[in-house]
Structure formats: structure tokens, C-alpha cells
Design a protein around this ligand. Structure first.
Ligand SMILES: Nc1ncnc2c1ncn2[C@@H]1O[C@H](COP(=O)(O)OP(=O)(O)OP(=O)(O)O)[C@@H](O)[C@H]1O
Ligand SMILES: Cc1ncsc1CCO
Ligand SMILES: [Mg+2]
Length: 260
């Protein structure tokens, strides 16, 4: 795994333009900042082209998408194509409503998305694999998450990072797994949103989106494990703060030592 990307990120401080949801933008911005990237959230279509022109990367999070803001999302992606900037898509809860699934599928049809990052319920919905979900959670199903991730990557010709107790990263052919985990990560609403934006930061500094997604997943899962070490499983509030602390100082060696 290209963990040198972590040092490169801190040297380059990539700008990450986020179309964020309104639930977790503060956590995502703090997480990106702690890691060493430069976050900016936007909700104004008239500045979209200027922002994308100067950014390294664009992250589209569909968590609270609405019809007032679809023009903004399309403008961000149109400008990303114009200026050759990579796009990461977080298809929040696309398994829950037809509205969300339709928007995600239209985006995937209209734009080259570098990486899709979602939980198994979201990736299954995009891959049209049978899976039961009712909200932002992963839900339940029988299918193999690795096969679901591969089916999604093959269908949309991109890299997929399917997060869960194990993270599966695939370009449709190759498969990489990150087995580090703590139950405090899924207890933290927005840890998935942060993961998508961290992957966004890494795709902004390399053309190898497959490696960028691997490193993004490893950095969050391993830093989560480190942050959780002294905590009990109910200490989610403390964990969120400790996660930000540890993101600031985690380095390549810390990750290599515990990577599974
Ligand atoms: N059951 C689990 N046990 C341990 N770690 C998990 C589990 N599920 C997810 N994770 C970790 O949590 C982080 C966020 O992934 P998750 O799949 O929860 O995203 P998400 O469902 O989109 O979350 P959110 O919508 O709250 O932002 C990842 O680092 C992932 O490895
Ligand atoms: C709870 C919630 N609802 C829409 S987005 C979001 C945050 C997790 O993505
Ligand atoms: Mg999510």
C-alpha cells in the first residue's frame, strides 16, 4: 500500500471542495483539517466554477440532497470535468429512497466518478443487488460484500470503497481489504462522510485512485483503532474528539504496525 501518500498529503495540503450534507459538515471539515488537508464546503452555484478551478478534488455527498441544490451538484461536477479534477461520490442512503438512487445513477451516468464510497447497503443498491436497508445504516443481506463492490465498480467503471467491519476496495478486478475496526466508528455518525472526504483528499494528490482509496480506508480505520484503545464501547462522544486528535499525529509507521 502506498502509505507515503500520507506524507505527501501533509506536504501538499490539498484543497477538498465538499458538497456536504447538513448533518456532519463540521466533523468532516475538522477531520480533513486534522489530517492535513484543506476543506471547504460550498452551497452556492455561482462560485462553483471558481472553486473547482483551484481545488485538487471534489467530494459530492448526497446525505441531504434536495431539488434546490441539484444544479449546484451538476455545476461542481461539470467544472470538475472541465478542469480535470477527480470526483468522489458518497451515495448516502441510496438504498432507502428512489429519489436518492435516481440522483446517484444520473450523476454516475453524466460524469466520470473516480471513487464511490459507501456502506454495503448503498453499494448494493447501486449494483442492483438485493439488500435490505432503511436509512443511513448498512442494513442486512446475504450477498458477499466483496462481490457487491466488484459488481458496482464494473458497472460504473470506477473504484469502489465499500466500508464496514472490513473495508473492500476494488477497481472491478483487483481487491484490497482493510480489516482494522472499532465499534466506535459506526457509532459515530459522519465517520463514513469523513471517510469519503479523506479518500477525496488522497485522490486529489495521485492519479492512482485505487491506491488513494486503499490509503484513505487504512488511515481512518487504523486511526480509529488507535483512538479507541483506552475507551469503552459506549464512549462515542469522547471517541469523536480523540479521533480528531489522533488524525493530526498518526503517521505511516503507526498504520503499518497495526494494519490488518
Ligand atoms: N461494524 C463495523 N465495525 C467496525 N468498524 C466499522 C463497522 N462498520 C463500519 N466501520 C468503519 O466505520 C467507518 C465508516 O464506515 P461506515 O460503513 O460506518 O460508513 P457510513 O455507513 O456511511 O457512515 P455514516 O453514514 O454515519 O457517515 C469506516 O472506517 C469503516 O471501516
Ligand atoms: C443522519 C444523516 N441523514 C442524512 S445524511 C446523515 C449523516 C450520515 O451520512
Ligand atoms: Mg454514510
Amino acid at each position: 500500500m502506498q502509505l507515503d501518500l500520507l506524507n505527501q498529503l501533509r506536504a501538499q495540503v490539498p484543497l477538498v471542495v465538499n458538497y456536504a450534507n447538513y448533518v456532519t459538515p463540521n466533523f468532516v471539515a475538522n477531520g480533513l483539517n486534522a489530517l492535513g488537508a484543506s476543506p471547504i464546503m460550498t452551497s452556492e452555484v455561482d462560485e462553483a466554477d471558481d472553486l473547482v478551478k483551484i481545488t485538487n478534488t471534489v467530494v459530492i455527498n448526497l446525505g441531504t440532497i434536495n431539488h434546490y441544490e441539484t444544479d449546484l451538484v451538476w455545476q461542481l461536477c461539470t467544472s470538475a470535468v472541465k478542469y480535470h479534477k477527480p470526483i468522489v461520490l458518497d451515495p448516502v442512503a441510496v438504498g432507502a429512497t428512489a429519489y436518492r438512487l435516481d440522483i446517484a445513477q444520473k450523476l454516475l451516468q453524466d460524469f466520470p466518478i473516480a471513487v464511490i464510497r459507501g456502506n454495503v447497503g448503498e453499494i448494493a443498491a447501486l449494483a442492483q443487488v438485493d439488500w435490505a436497508t432503511k436509512g443511513i445504516d448498512a442494513g442486512t443481506g446475504d450477498a458477499d460484500p466483496a462481490a457487491i463492490a466488484k459488481a458496482c465498480a464494473t458497472r460504473y467503471h470506477n473504484v469502489v470503497a465499500l466500508s464496514g467491519i472490513t473495508d473492500y476496495i476494488t477497481d472491478g478486478q483487483q481487491l484490497f481489504k482493510v480489516g482494522n475496526q472499532t465499534p466506535l466508528l459506526p457509532l459515530t455518525v459522519g465517520s463514513g462522510d469523513l471517510l469519503s472526504s479523506i479518500i477525496g483528499a488522497f485522490v486529489g494528490i495521485t492519479d492512482n485512485y485505487y491506491e488513494a482509496a486503499q490509503v484513505g480506508c487504512a488511515v481512518l480505520a487504523c486511526t480509529g483503532e488507535i483512538a479507541a484503545q483506552p475507551l469503552h464501547s459506549h464512549e462515542g462522544g469522547t471517541f469523536a474528539a480523540r479521533l480528531l486528535d489522533k488524525l493530526t499525529i498518526v503517521d505511516k509507521e503507526d498504520i503499518l504496525e497495526i494494519l490488518k
